[in-house]
Design a protein around this ligand. Structure first.
Ligand code: 5GP
Length: 114
């Protein structure tokens, strides 16, 4: 947990461009954006991957999606559409082991994803 980069952002030990915060959730712009809007939505508690999710985390994960919805509205991409992605472990490309939703918008996205 001590090497959890996102806990350091929550603690304001590392700067971030924060776009949303409530009691349970923090959201900030990705340092290496893959779309005009690329925000990471994270729980304030340390959960490494989706595989570590417990039954009692269900409401918290729901709050990540509610925050993503609000941010999409605030940032003006809700109507056109946006993509929400959560990578789990190496095969999916997870590099930071504190669960996070990627909220991507401001351009079109193809399917299937790469
Ligand atoms: P993952 O690959 O784990 O799904 O996504 C991790 C994301 O965190 C990447 O998109 C990466 O650009 C972003 N990221 C890594 N370090 C930092 C940082 O220090 N600040 C911010 N804002 N984003 C970061």
């Amino acid at each position: 947990m001590s090497d959890d980069l996102f806990l350091k952002i929550i603690a304001r030990e590392i700067p971030a461009d924060i776009v949303y915060e409530d009691d349970d959730v923090l959201a900030f712009r990705d340092v290496n954006p893959q779309a005009p809007l690329h925000v990471l939505v994270i729980p304030k508690t340390h959960i490494r991957t989706i595989n570590d999710m417990q039954e009692h985390d269900a409401e918290l994960f729901g709050k990540l999606f509610l925050a993503a919805k609000k941010i999409a509205e605030q940032q003006g991409v809700a109507e056109d559409g946006y993509r929400v992605v959560m990578n789990c472990n190496a095969a999916a490309g997870q590099t930071v082991f504190h669960v996070h939703l990627h909220l991507l918008g401001g351009r079109g996205f193809s399917w299937p994803p790469g």
